[in-house]
Design a binder for this molecule. Structure first.
Ligand SMILES: [Zn+2]
Length: 89
């Protein structure tokens, strides 16, 4: 991984060593290393973060996990059809 998508907008950012992130697939807290690969933070490393930084990571993790839960429990329905728009006016 040599780039990351910012939480807002379409901006692609290049992470610096030590930048923190959260995996959008599994909500794992991550830190970018010298090779710009992302590795999991340990519980001990999370515990050492400033409260506001840890709080932001936890909020992002909660959003990802909550959204995944909502998606997994949403009933499967056929796609809505918009036939009215197909009629000649
Ligand atoms: Zn992941």
């Amino acid at each position: 991984m040599d780039a990351a998508t910012a939480a807002s907008g379409d901006e692609t950012v290049t992470p610096e060593v030590g930048d923190l992130s959260v995996c959008l697939a599994c909500a794992a807290p991550l830190e970018f290393d010298a090779g710009r690969a992302a590795r999991w933070l340990t519980y001990e490393e999370l515990a050492k973060l400033d409260n506001d930084v840890r709080g932001q990571l936890l909020k992002a993790m909660l959003v990802i996990l909550t959204n995944a839960r909502i998606q997994s429990t949403r009933p499967v329905r056929p796609r809505a059809r918009f036939e009215q728009n197909d009629r000649p006016g």
